[in-house]
Unconditional design. Structure first.
Length: 241
């Protein structure tokens, strides 16, 4: 618990998590407000359409997670942490847990904030959170943000440079996963197994013949995060700080 408290204090003593948290909330909730105001016929406004800003919030969370670990390498504070706690595995797990918890809270506040904003600005729209799919679309955003934060911390620990880690994360999510689909014959099959495509199946409609259902897709996404974190633990324990 002491290690978790230390990582929490280190995280909140810097500006980046505060800035990223406010930006993520602003983007998710702000886009919901814009969609609600721009819709001429509120009756056509759907729950998922008001929440499409989660993708932009996810980008910010990835940046936050990467910065949480790479800035420590940049300023050399990671050496102090490893000297104080020789168990590097515990240090990295504590950091990943704290960042994931913060990302999860940001995701939940952003999702329900976006839903509430759309309800206020478009009172005639049917935005009821009905059934498992509706709750998954809203409450599931926090789960996705938490798992994505673990991926960001793992990539940051592997790369150790802020620019490199952020570039990898953003290019992968915003560009590469979409480009894979244009590969002749095998592109669609490969794309089905990419991590952030699994996120889309979890939060959205998996389609008539998905490669896996919503909850297995989230489990698959979490398994990839766990594999990356395991790789980061091996590298961190073998490499000089």
């Amino acid at each position: 618990m002491t290690l978790l408290a230390t990582e929490r204090m280190k995280l909140f003593s810097t500006r980046s998590p505060w800035f990223c948290g406010v930006l993520a909330l602003g983007m998710v909730i702000g886009f919901a407000g814009l969609v609600a105001l721009a819709e001429d016929d509120p009756t056509t406004l759907g729950l998922r359409s008001t929440l499409f800003g989660w993708q932009f919030g996810l980008m910010v969370v990835l940046v936050m997670g990467a910065l949480a670990i790479t800035t420590e390498y940049r300023f050399g504070t990671i050496r102090t942490a490893f000297q104080a706690v020789p168990n590097r595995t515990a240090v990295l797990l504590a950091k990943a847990g704290v960042v994931a918890a913060l990302a999860g809270v940001i995701g939940e506040v952003a999702a329900f904030g976006a839903w509430g904003t759309a309800k206020v600005l478009a009172p005639g729209a049917d935005l009821a959170i009905a059934g498992e799919a509706g709750w998954r679309s809203v409450a599931g955003i926090g789960l996705v943000f938490a798992v994505a934060a673990v991926i960001a911390v793992a990539v940051g620990a592997l790369v150790r440079q802020s620019a490199g880690a952020i570039s990898i994360l953003l290019i992968w999510t915003m560009l590469l996963e979409n480009l894979v689909g244009i590969i002749p014959r095998v592109g669609d099959d490969i794309q089905d197994w990419l991590p952030f495509m699994a996120v889309n199946r979890f939060l959205g409609d998996p389609g008539p013949d998905p490669v896996m259902g919503p909850w297995p897709s989230l489990a698959y996404f979490a398994a990839i995060a766990a594999a990356l974190l395991a790789a980061a633990l091996v590298v961190v324990n073998k490499r000089d700080a």
